[in-house]
Design a protein. Structure first.
Length: 381
């Protein structure tokens, strides 16, 4: 494989009495230094010497490590985890080779290396309170020291096959019915629903969003927007910390009182991001959601309506989508697990439209037909 000279000047320790070392670089075969889990990483170390130098060994380490840290009211929470470690001693080609090393003359010298990433290596990640990074570190060991070291980062994209996720191909939806206004002045209600054709999407896909907002109040809706949200949870030995980041947002205009707004297959593009779950790392968890946000005018709280999604690296196949196209009663089930029933009917008005065609009291029959989507949210009176 042809090696491309791409240099990453990340970190180099002081050379001390080894001024004869003019250059020291790590070069990867990938110009972007980005690899997928399971790939073999090729590269070489390149040094340029001003004068001859005796080298005992040249060591290479490839490390993947996760670190989290956040501050609480009383102390600092922190944790770390090593997710990958590869160490080897590289061959030295020089004059007067001995078991203790070799003499390298002035000029350029190369130290090729290769290593294979685990199939289940988690993705590189960087957040406000934690990160997961990979780097290669090369050390030249000389008699008496110091030992010059070069560190160069590389990125890893973990694998998440959506075809192996049980609910990735099924559609999802959510709906709500909320009052608008302050405690002393209720202006009316707003109903909203959001629906996606499936739960799982691949990186750089476009997510078609269907939504409907009915403003049944006397107050104008200032605007609405749909966002792709990244939800990250960091774990330490004594607690956890969560943060949310908006990756992409699409905005629409106002809704007059007694008016309606429809989102008909509006597209939300998925940017480059680590896949869901960050499997293989125990102290960082990454989840994604699509959120519909409704902002009434004046002093009134926003109405937020989220649906969870999966972002993977391997898209759903046509066979997987076809298998999931049949669904009992043709319903969407994201909000079902959060609903309860009253006399065989759901308590939420919008939900009644969906479930009025069958009797929820016969839950056992539904569980047999569709065990993946009938959970504790259904209660039998």
């Amino acid at each position: 494989m042809e090696l491309v000279a791409v240099m990453h000047f990340d970190e180099m320790e002081p050379v001390g009495d080894m001024e004869q070392l003019e250059k020291f670089q790590i070069i990867f075969n990938n110009p972007l230094a980005t690899y997928h889990a399971g790939d073999t990483v090729f590269g070489y170390g390149w040094i340029v010497l001003k004068n001859s130098m005796f080298v005992q060994t040249v060591c290479l380490e490839a490390i993947g490590e996760a670190k989290v840290e956040w501050m609480t009211s009383s102390d600092i929470q922190a944790s770390d985890e090593e997710v990958f470690n590869y160490t080897t001693v590289l061959p030295i080609k020089g004059e007067k080779d001995t078991s203790d090393g070799a003499v390298l003359h002035s000029g350029s010298h190369y130290f090729p290396f290769e290593f294979t990433l685990p199939q289940k290596a988690p993705s590189s990640f960087k957040g406000k309170h934690g990160r997961l990074r990979y780097f290669a570190r090369m050390t030249i060991c000389t008699p008496g020291g110091p030992h010059p070291t070069r560190t160069s980062k590389f990125a890893v994209i973990g694998c998440l096959d959506l075809n192996n996720e049980p609910d990735a191909a099924y559609p999802v939806e959510n709906d709500t019915f909320e009052t608008v206004g302050s405690f002393c002045c209720i202006a009316g209600t707003v109903t909203a629903s959001i629906r996606l054709e499936k739960k799982g999407f691949a990186l750089r896909d476009a997510i078609p969003v269907y939504a409907e907002i009915k403003n049944l109040s006397t107050r104008r809706i200032s605007h609405t927007h749909v966002s792709l949200i990244q939800n990250v949870t960091y774990y330490s030995y004594r607690g956890r910390f969560s943060e949310s980041t908006t990756l992409v947002a699409v905005r629409k205009g106002s809704i007059v009182p007694r008016g309606k707004q429809t989102w008909q297959r509006e597209l939300i593009s998925i940017p480059t991001a680590p896949p869901s779950h960050l499997r293989g790392c125990k102290i960082i968890d990454v989840q994604y959601s699509i959120e519909l946000c409704i902002k009434p005018s004046g002093f009134a709280r926003k109405v937020k309506l989220p649906v969870d999604i999966l972002i993977g690296t391997v898209p759903l196949s046509d066979t997987t989508i076809k298998k999931s196209s049949y669904h009992p009663y043709g319903i969407f089930t994201t909000h079902v697990t959060h609903s309860t029933t009253m006399g065989g009917r759901c308590r939420y008005p919008l939900t009644n439209k969906i479930y009025k065609h069958f009797d929820l009291t016969n839950v056992s029959l539904l569980q047999k037909k569709n065990p993946c989507h009938c959970e504790e949210g259904f209660t039998q009176d």
